[in-house]
Design a protein around this ligand. Structure first.
Ligand SMILES: [Zn+2]
Length: 154
């Protein structure tokens, strides 16, 4: 067994996310989060049973986690290669992050993400009217805050 250096370990992690995780996340029509079935697990939501999109995500994530645990105990895997299962686990967690940002549960200090100067709303969350945002005096204003500033006589 040969051990990675600290730098080597970080490089393996970075390349795994770049080469395995992101290409799958970006590919449309994939099992999770695809265009075919709708975004963010909403295709499987059953409100009357308390199954929201977080629960749907957990069902998919836990399936991969249990398969990983089986490998850890037995060194045996059924059907999918180990790297594919680990990739899915990471990707489900990344999708979870995006859902939590959408729902305002977590706030991230994201780089280069346009945010309204008036109300701190993220422009990327404004799926209906991103084109109606105004860029004035080096600041973004959402439609609500821009209308407000226009009505202001001062
Ligand atoms: Zn605003």
């Amino acid at each position: 067994m040969s051990k990675l250096t600290r730098e080597g370990r970080l490089e393996v992690m970075r390349q795994f996310v770049d080469k395995y995780c992101f290409p799958t996340l970006e590919r449309k029509g994939k099992d999770y989060d695809g265009e075919k079935r709708g975004d963010h697990f909403e295709w499987a939501v059953i409100p009357e049973r308390g199954v929201d999109r977080y629960v749907v995500l957990w069902v998919h994530l836990s399936k991969q986690l249990f398969a990983l645990f089986t490998w850890m105990r037995t060194r045996e895997l059924a059907s999918e290669p180990l790297e594919s299962r680990i990739k899915d686990i990471i990707n489900y967690c990344l999708i979870l992050v995006s859902m939590l940002v959408e729902d305002g549960v977590i706030k991230l200090d994201l780089l280069d993400v346009p945010t309204c100067f008036g109300c701190a709303r993220l422009r990327m969350l404004d799926v209906k009217e991103p084109d109606e945002w105004e860029w004035t005096d080096g600041k973004w204003l959402c439609p609500d805050c821009f209308d407000g500033s226009r009505d202001d006589p001062g």
